[in-house]
Design a protein around this ligand. Structure first.
Ligand code: TYD
Ligand code: MG
Length: 411
């Protein structure tokens, strides 16, 4: 059938692109530069943001802090089905929000929250797992409840132009049904990551209809709540007093800022027929692949060795720039020869043994030079056109040159 048969009635639904865009620009700054960064420049009216993460990582803290800052200028509501008013008040005192006139609703009934939120501009719901709607028979936290509650909150956001922020617990494995089933309902999905033992907390955008993904917000958990870390390039970096075998610093570019972190490898003779390949912070099957490439193209055999790789600091790196530093660290551990402490590396390694460029080479090298790194091992196409003062760049085209570069570094 042609257009006439579909019943489409012409211009009625057409909006001007210029007007639509102008509308999308009206964002509400959260008062936190790091949170605004992951959101893509502040809260979009009528949008729904899911903030996921392990219990205890800081979801309630971040949401309460944010709302506390907004309360002075916008009508807001903090709805908690999880904690008592006294518990929220105790947290608010820690965050020095004691004097803030913040409307608080302690209720787990969705309908009560929808009623109370009708006139506000920003609504926080903590947490989606504790909410229940009368429209659904199953228990709070069940998939059906979580879906229903999220869908109705989304409708509220869209019809009233309210920004809704929803906290959701997820375990490391993503085991809890809740947040994962919501990912496609909401506009933006932010996840807290990082080691809860460390002071630093990363908020990463996994999905964002209103901004770019993989942007990171970096915070430090302090006595008085989450503080922005606006210049995070070196916070994950452990500086060893003297060189240690199996350690290499890499520059990763998650989002728009380069971050430097330590890649550690431990290579140990294995008693097992099927030796271990274990990774923390990077994809485990990628390590197995890299070791096969190392064997074929650099002649380094690790089939009788257990190989462990750790990206220090709890950051998960999904980009392929880890390849080259991981192989350098593994070689250093295997040979028990430390690499210089002021060495930096990044680069992707292909199955044919070629070292491929990664985006933002110049930014990564520039950041490293600024932080006192003196030597960099990178792919040939990432070598800077203009020399960077104080930085010697060793450019590798193929893994067959790895042995030579390694020898040069440890001599
Ligand atoms: P919380 O925000 O309640 O985590 P979630 O809502 O994700 O479960 O609390 C995170 C942890 O942070 C908690 O163990 C206490 C700690 N904390 C601080 O160190 N400083 C603070 O100012 C606050 C409010 C909490
Ligand atoms: Mg909480």
């Amino acid at each position: 059938a042609g257009p006439a048969a579909t019943g489409w009635s012409g211009e009625r639904a057409v909006v001007r692109l210029s007007e639509a865009q102008a509308d999308a620009q009206t964002r509400l700054p959260t008062g936190s530069s790091e949170l605004d960064r992951v959101l893509g420049g502040g809260l979009v009216p009528g949008s729904v943001v899911l903030l996921g993460g392990d219990p205890g990582i800081g979801k309630s803290t971040l949401l309460l802090q944010t709302l506390g800052r907004l309360a002075g200028t916008s009508p807001v509501l903090y709805a908690s089905g999880e904690e008592s008013a006294a518990q929220v008040a105790a947290r608010a005192r820690r965050l020095q929000l004691g004097e803030t006139d913040l409307p608080l609703l302690i209720d787990a009934r969705l309908e009560a929250i929808l009623d109370a939120a009708a006139d506000c501009r920003v609504l926080v719901v903590d947490s989606i797992q504790t909410l229940f709607s009368e429209a659904v028979a199953s228990a709070a936290g069940s998939v059906a409840q979580v879906r229903e509650c999220a869908a109705r909150l989304t409708r509220l956001a869209k019809t009233q132009g309210i920004s809704v922020l929803i906290a959701g617990h997820v375990t490391k494995e993503g085991a809890l049904a809740g947040p994962r089933v919501l990912e496609h309902i909401v506009d933006t999905v932010l996840y807290f990551e990082g080691d809860s033992a460390s002071q630093y907390r990363i908020v990463r955008a996994y999905k964002n209809r209103f901004g770019s993904v993989n942007e990171l917000g970096v915070f430090a958990m302090t006595e008085g709540g989450l503080k922005e870390v606006t210049n995070p390039s070196a916070i994950f970096l452990t500086r060893h007093a003297r060189p240690v075998a199996g350690s290499v610093t890499m520059a990763t570019l998650e989002g728009t800022r380069p971050l430097l972190l330590e890649v550690q490898a431990l290579v140990e003779s294995s008693p097992l027929g099927n030796p271990r390949r274990l990774t923390l912070g990077m994809d485990g099957s990628r390590l197995a692949m890299l070791l096969a490439v190392l064997h074929r193209h650099a002649g380094v055999a690790l089939f009788d060795q257990d190989v462990y790789v750790n990206l220090v600091g709890g950051l998960k790196v999904t980009e392929t720039a880890t390849d080259l530093p991981v192989l350098l660290a593994a070689l250093s551990s295997l040979r028990n020869r430390p690499l210089p402490v002021d060495l930096l590396s990044f680069g992707e390694v292909g199955l044919a043994g070629e070292v491929r460029p990664v985006r933002g080479g110049q930014e990564r090298l520039g950041e490293a030079a600024k932080l006192g790194f003196r030597t960099a091992v990178v792919g040939k196409l990432n070598a800077p056109r203009k020399p960077i003062p104080g930085l010697r760049v060793l450019a590798l085209e193929h893994l067959d040159g790895l042995g030579e570069v390694f020898a040069q570094l440890v001599e």
